[in-house]
Design a protein around this ligand. Structure first.
Ligand code: FAD
Length: 388
């Protein structure tokens, strides 16, 4: 059994490790020439951590992960703490601590676990076709790779997705841009083991710990799609966008490095339920491109990888049955996370200002119970976090 995987992101690498774990011959093709992930870090929620543990990476994941003992919401203007609570109830309920991890380090861990020399870098797929009994990827240099199946983990602008669906897909602009980066932890921004979230005016500023005494920070700014941005100008943009915000936010703006602050326009794709065509399947963002408002896109890609392994384990000699089982196990769960994130996105960014104002009021009366209930609801439902 041989499977070709297109894309060496979180999804592709997790899938490659998972399939290799059960003895499937894998080949990974990646268009970039080196490990250069876009974005600073991600929060790997407990469902994602359980997948990494399952892939044999428990110790390394814990070493790379930031320790989030508490979470707080802070009023953007007054700097008053709206609520602060322990994350322990969440850990107790789902049986695993979540870990925010720097993206480059997560990516490096996955690539090293698979074997960096086994990844075909600098190889761009331009076409994929899945005939009877085999699938073939064609690359920009004219070479091809054939296997029993091709898994397209080729990200948000996937060409595998177009093949599987038989049509192009237009991504939807979610209405905001996200500035993000890493900065040395500093009490002036927030406590070292706390996830601090400033909210107000339909915007938010977040700082959460990753390993090595650093914060992963992000700012959400609501603005029209396609606004020009000059690299290195993040501090000026953020100073203007967050003028008058609390001292913690000003300290972060002062401290960040504008040259390494990323700016990402946030888009997603309506959930769809066809993930397989013949011997070709999609995985990760190619299958469920989501806004990051519940921090589950990458975790969901890891869940796909575990589910794909299980589908092949249950159908060791029948690739068509394995791909069908993979699709059946994933589309509903992944689609649910996309829609949850979209709903959260609208709430955070004041699509309906009255609803968001009411949410700010709720936060002032929160003891953490409702917030943790929401986080747990997203975590539960994956292969390693079954609902019952
Ligand atoms: C601002 C932001 C914050 C986020 N925060 C979180 C978070 O906190 N928690 C979380 O779980 N998720 C988060 N996400 C989502 C997460 O980043 C993605 O879900 C995840 O990276 C998807 O991984 P992937 O492997 O499917 O796709 P990608 O990471 O996009 O990888 C796809 C790979 O395929 C390669 N590729 C593409 N086309 C081709 C081709 N034709 N030929 C060869 N190679 C190709 C690309 O170069 C790339 O390396 C966030 C996303 C954003 C934008």
């Amino acid at each position: 059994m041989k499977v070709v995987i297109i894309g060496a992101g979180i999804g592709g690498m997790s899938a490659a490790i998972a399939l290799r774990q059960i003895g499937i011959d894998t080949e990974v093709y990646e268009r970039v020439t080196e490990n250069k992930p876009v974005g600073a870090a991600i929060s790997v929620w407990s469902n994602g951590v359980k997948c990494l543990n399952y892939l044999g990476l428990a110790e390394q994941t814990a070493r790379l992960g930031g320790i989030v003992d508490t979470m707080s919401y802070v009023d953007a203007h007054t700097g008053e703490t709206m609520c602060r609570f322990s994350m322990q109830p969440l850990i107790d309920q789902v049986g695993q601590r979540p870990y925010p991890i720097a993206r480059a380090e997560l990516q490096q861990m996955l690539m090293a676990a698979y074997g960096i020399d086994d990844i075909q870098f600098g190889t761009t797929m331009v076409e994929v076709v899945g005939g009877d009994g085999a699938a073939t990827a064609t690359f920009a240099d004219g070479t091809t790779a054939s296997a029993d199946a091709v898994i397209g983990a080729d990200g948000a602008n996937s060409i595998t997705r177009e093949y599987v669906l038989g049509r192009p897909v237009t991504r939807r602009y979610a209405g905001y841009v996200n500035f993000n980066g890493l900065v040395e932890a500093d009490d002036a921004i927030g406590p070292a083991t706390e996830w601090t979230m400033h909210v107000g005016d339909g915007k938010r500023v977040s700082a959460m710990p990753v390993s090595g005494g650093r914060f992963y920070y992000f700012f959400d700014v609501v603005e029209p799609e396609g606004r020009p941005f000059k690299k290195g100008s993040a501090r000026e943009v953020l100073r203007q966008q967050f003028a008058g915000w609390a001292p913690g936010v000003q300290a972060l703006i002062d401290k960040l490095d504008p040259m390494t602050t990323n700016r990402v326009e946030i888009l997603d794709v309506d959930p769809f339920h066809t993930w397989v065509k013949g011997r070709v399947a999609v995985l990760g963002d190619a299958a469920h491109n989501t806004t990051p408002d519940i921090g589950q896109g990458g975790c969901s890609a890891m869940e796909d990888a575990v589910a794909l392994q299980w589908a092949f384990k249950d159908n060791p000699t029948d690739v068509d049955a394995a791909l069908a089982a993979y699709q059946a196990s994933r589309t509903e769960r992944a689609g649910d996370l996309v829609l949850r994130a979209r709903k959260r996105c609208d709430l955070i960014h004041a699509k309906n200002p009255e609803t968001t104002a009411a949410w700010y009021e709720e936060l002032r009366n929160e003891d953490g119970t409702n917030i943790i209930r929401g986080l747990v609801a997203s975590i539960m439902g994956g292969p390693l976090t079954p609902l019952s």
